[in-house]
Design a protein around this ligand. Structure first.
Ligand code: FES
Length: 105
């Protein structure tokens, strides 16, 4: 599956993702800027915050209650906000677009 990350300046990079990886793992593996992921994917740091592209919001779905609590600690949270370590790649997410926030935390 391919995932496109856009940074807050509009810089775009499209990277290859394997099913079963999380969006956060894909970002870290490809040195995508703007994702820190301090807790390593445990849904306990909120530094892997991304905005899901509008066209993908339904396929990706909303945050779990635990994730929502963690998002309270993220910077500039919007309705499209998710923690990227909580989004698992499936074939349905091929072409997914997410944007990274101006800063984490
Ligand atoms: Fe820490 Fe996602 S990596 S909440």
């Amino acid at each position: 599956a391919q995932i496109t990350f856009t940074d807050h300046d509009g810089g775009e990079r499209t990277v290859e993702a394997r099913e079963g990886q999380t969006v956060m793992e894909v970002a870290i593996a490809n040195d995508v800027p703007g994702i820190e992921a301090e807790c390593g994917g445990g849904c306990s740091c909120a530094t892997c915050h991304v905005y899901v592209d509008e066209a993908w919001s339904e396929v990706v779905g909303g945050p779990t209650p635990m994730e929502e609590d963690m998002l309270d600690f993220a910077f500039d949270v919007r309705p499209s906000s998710r923690l990227s370590c909580q989004i698992k790649i499936t074939s349905a997410l091929d072409g997914l677009k997410v944007t990274t926030p101006q800063r984490q935390g």
